[in-house]
Design a protein around this ligand. Structure first.
Ligand SMILES: [Zn+2]
Length: 187
Protein backbone atom coordinates (compact mmCIF):
# COMPACT_ATOMS: atom_id res chain seq x y z
CA UNK A 1 0.00 0.00 0.00
CA UNK A 2 1.37 3.40 -0.98
CA UNK A 3 0.53 6.75 0.59
CA UNK A 4 1.28 10.32 -0.40
CA UNK A 5 3.16 12.35 2.19
CA UNK A 6 1.37 15.63 2.97
CA UNK A 7 4.70 17.41 3.38
CA UNK A 8 6.86 16.36 0.44
CA UNK A 9 3.96 15.11 -1.72
CA UNK A 10 5.88 11.99 -2.69
CA UNK A 11 4.11 8.66 -2.93
CA UNK A 12 5.85 6.13 -0.69
CA UNK A 13 5.17 2.60 0.59
CA UNK A 14 3.49 2.22 3.98
CA UNK A 15 6.74 1.12 5.66
CA UNK A 16 8.19 4.58 5.13
CA UNK A 17 5.51 6.12 7.38
CA UNK A 18 5.41 5.89 11.14
CA UNK A 19 2.57 3.83 12.58
CA UNK A 20 -0.05 6.17 14.03
CA UNK A 21 -3.08 4.51 15.58
CA UNK A 22 -5.13 7.70 15.82
CA UNK A 23 -5.28 7.89 12.07
CA UNK A 24 -8.00 5.26 11.87
CA UNK A 25 -8.16 5.19 8.09
CA UNK A 26 -4.51 4.74 7.15
CA UNK A 27 -3.02 3.71 10.50
CA UNK A 28 0.07 5.73 9.69
CA UNK A 29 1.06 9.36 10.11
CA UNK A 30 0.28 11.87 7.35
CA UNK A 31 3.93 12.81 6.89
CA UNK A 32 6.57 10.29 5.83
CA UNK A 33 9.39 9.21 8.17
CA UNK A 34 11.96 11.38 6.40
CA UNK A 35 9.80 14.47 6.74
CA UNK A 36 8.96 13.75 10.40
CA UNK A 37 12.67 13.31 11.13
CA UNK A 38 13.53 16.52 9.33
CA UNK A 39 10.84 18.49 11.17
CA UNK A 40 11.81 17.17 14.58
CA UNK A 41 15.48 17.82 13.85
CA UNK A 42 14.73 21.43 12.99
CA UNK A 43 12.55 21.73 16.06
CA UNK A 44 15.32 20.33 18.28
CA UNK A 45 17.78 22.75 16.75
CA UNK A 46 15.47 25.62 17.68
CA UNK A 47 14.34 24.44 21.11
CA UNK A 48 17.17 22.17 22.20
CA UNK A 49 17.12 18.89 24.08
CA UNK A 50 14.82 19.46 27.04
CA UNK A 51 14.74 17.75 30.40
CA UNK A 52 11.41 16.22 29.38
CA UNK A 53 13.09 14.64 26.34
CA UNK A 54 15.80 13.17 28.51
CA UNK A 55 13.22 11.75 30.90
CA UNK A 56 11.19 10.26 28.08
CA UNK A 57 14.32 8.75 26.53
CA UNK A 58 15.31 7.24 29.83
CA UNK A 59 11.85 5.79 30.38
CA UNK A 60 11.91 4.22 26.93
CA UNK A 61 15.41 2.88 27.46
CA UNK A 62 14.45 1.33 30.81
CA UNK A 63 11.44 -0.32 29.21
CA UNK A 64 13.45 -1.65 26.27
CA UNK A 65 16.74 -2.34 27.98
CA UNK A 66 17.36 -5.70 26.27
CA UNK A 67 16.74 -4.21 22.85
CA UNK A 68 19.07 -1.28 23.66
CA UNK A 69 21.81 -3.66 24.72
CA UNK A 70 21.60 -5.63 21.50
CA UNK A 71 21.63 -2.48 19.38
CA UNK A 72 24.55 -1.02 21.32
CA UNK A 73 26.55 -4.25 21.10
CA UNK A 74 26.00 -4.32 17.34
CA UNK A 75 27.10 -0.71 17.08
CA UNK A 76 30.25 -1.48 19.09
CA UNK A 77 31.05 -4.48 16.91
CA UNK A 78 30.59 -2.43 13.74
CA UNK A 79 32.89 0.33 14.85
CA UNK A 80 35.14 -0.59 17.79
CA UNK A 81 37.40 2.43 17.23
CA UNK A 82 34.69 5.02 17.71
CA UNK A 83 33.46 3.09 20.73
CA UNK A 84 36.91 3.30 22.28
CA UNK A 85 36.98 7.02 21.56
CA UNK A 86 33.56 7.51 23.12
CA UNK A 87 34.61 5.54 26.20
CA UNK A 88 37.73 7.62 26.75
CA UNK A 89 35.66 10.76 26.25
CA UNK A 90 33.20 9.50 28.85
CA UNK A 91 36.07 8.74 31.24
CA UNK A 92 37.38 12.26 30.76
CA UNK A 93 33.99 13.81 31.52
CA UNK A 94 33.22 11.51 34.44
CA UNK A 95 36.44 11.59 36.37
CA UNK A 96 34.66 12.19 39.65
CA UNK A 97 32.50 9.12 39.15
CA UNK A 98 35.50 7.01 38.18
CA UNK A 99 37.43 8.22 41.19
CA UNK A 100 34.50 7.30 43.41
CA UNK A 101 34.44 3.79 41.95
CA UNK A 102 38.19 3.41 42.38
CA UNK A 103 38.02 4.69 45.94
CA UNK A 104 35.16 2.34 46.72
CA UNK A 105 37.26 -0.53 45.45
CA UNK A 106 40.31 0.60 47.39
CA UNK A 107 38.41 0.92 50.67
CA UNK A 108 37.05 -2.56 50.12
CA UNK A 109 40.52 -4.13 50.06
CA UNK A 110 41.12 -5.60 53.52
CA UNK A 111 44.66 -5.73 54.88
CA UNK A 112 44.67 -9.53 54.54
CA UNK A 113 43.72 -9.49 50.84
CA UNK A 114 46.15 -11.55 48.81
CA UNK A 115 47.04 -9.08 46.09
CA UNK A 116 48.99 -11.66 44.01
CA UNK A 117 45.92 -13.86 43.77
CA UNK A 118 43.82 -10.85 42.75
CA UNK A 119 46.36 -10.04 40.06
CA UNK A 120 46.17 -13.63 38.76
CA UNK A 121 42.42 -13.18 38.27
CA UNK A 122 42.97 -9.93 36.36
CA UNK A 123 45.70 -11.51 34.22
CA UNK A 124 43.33 -14.34 33.35
CA UNK A 125 40.59 -11.88 32.44
CA UNK A 126 42.89 -10.24 29.91
CA UNK A 127 44.05 -13.61 28.56
CA UNK A 128 40.53 -14.91 27.99
CA UNK A 129 38.90 -11.58 27.10
CA UNK A 130 36.53 -11.71 30.07
CA UNK A 131 35.54 -9.13 32.66
CA UNK A 132 36.31 -9.31 36.35
CA UNK A 133 33.14 -9.16 38.39
CA UNK A 134 32.58 -8.90 42.14
CA UNK A 135 30.31 -11.75 43.19
CA UNK A 136 28.97 -9.62 46.05
CA UNK A 137 28.91 -6.11 44.60
CA UNK A 138 31.24 -3.49 46.01
CA UNK A 139 29.00 -0.57 45.26
CA UNK A 140 25.45 -1.18 46.39
CA UNK A 141 23.23 0.50 48.96
CA UNK A 142 22.48 -2.72 50.85
CA UNK A 143 25.71 -4.70 50.76
CA UNK A 144 29.42 -4.07 50.42
CA UNK A 145 31.49 -6.91 49.00
CA UNK A 146 35.24 -7.06 49.41
CA UNK A 147 37.90 -6.67 46.77
CA UNK A 148 39.45 -10.06 47.55
CA UNK A 149 40.21 -12.88 45.14
CA UNK A 150 37.45 -15.19 46.34
CA UNK A 151 34.87 -12.49 45.70
CA UNK A 152 36.00 -12.25 42.09
CA UNK A 153 34.71 -14.17 39.12
CA UNK A 154 35.29 -13.95 35.39
CA UNK A 155 32.22 -13.20 33.35
CA UNK A 156 31.50 -12.57 29.73
CA UNK A 157 31.08 -8.88 29.14
CA UNK A 158 27.42 -9.25 28.18
CA UNK A 159 26.60 -11.23 31.30
CA UNK A 160 28.52 -8.84 33.53
CA UNK A 161 26.67 -5.84 32.13
CA UNK A 162 23.30 -7.47 32.64
CA UNK A 163 24.21 -8.44 36.22
CA UNK A 164 25.43 -4.95 37.13
CA UNK A 165 25.52 -4.48 40.88
CA UNK A 166 21.99 -5.68 41.32
CA UNK A 167 22.39 -9.37 42.06
CA UNK A 168 24.41 -11.38 44.50
CA UNK A 169 24.14 -14.76 46.25
CA UNK A 170 21.80 -14.81 49.26
CA UNK A 171 20.36 -11.46 48.33
CA UNK A 172 17.17 -10.80 50.31
CA UNK A 173 13.96 -12.18 48.91
CA UNK A 174 12.49 -9.32 46.92
CA UNK A 175 8.95 -10.22 47.93
CA UNK A 176 9.83 -9.54 51.56
CA UNK A 177 11.36 -6.13 50.95
CA UNK A 178 9.57 -2.83 51.18
CA UNK A 179 9.22 -1.00 47.91
CA UNK A 180 11.75 1.61 49.08
CA UNK A 181 14.34 -1.11 49.74
CA UNK A 182 13.58 -2.70 46.42
CA UNK A 183 14.19 0.59 44.71
CA UNK A 184 17.61 0.95 46.28
CA UNK A 185 18.57 -2.52 45.05
CA UNK A 186 17.38 -2.13 41.51
CA UNK A 187 18.44 1.50 41.16
ZN1 LIG B 1 7.58 13.37 3.12
Amino acid sequence: MNYVCTKCNVEKPKELFYAYKENTIKGVSAKCKDCVKKISKEYRKKVGHTKKDAERNKRWRDKNIEHCRIVEAAKRARNPESYKKAMSKWAKNNQAKLRLLRDARRTCIPSWAEIEKINVVYDKSIKYGLEVDHIVPIKNKLVCGLHVWHNLQLLERKLNRSKGNRFWPDMPDQTQLSSAQLQTITA
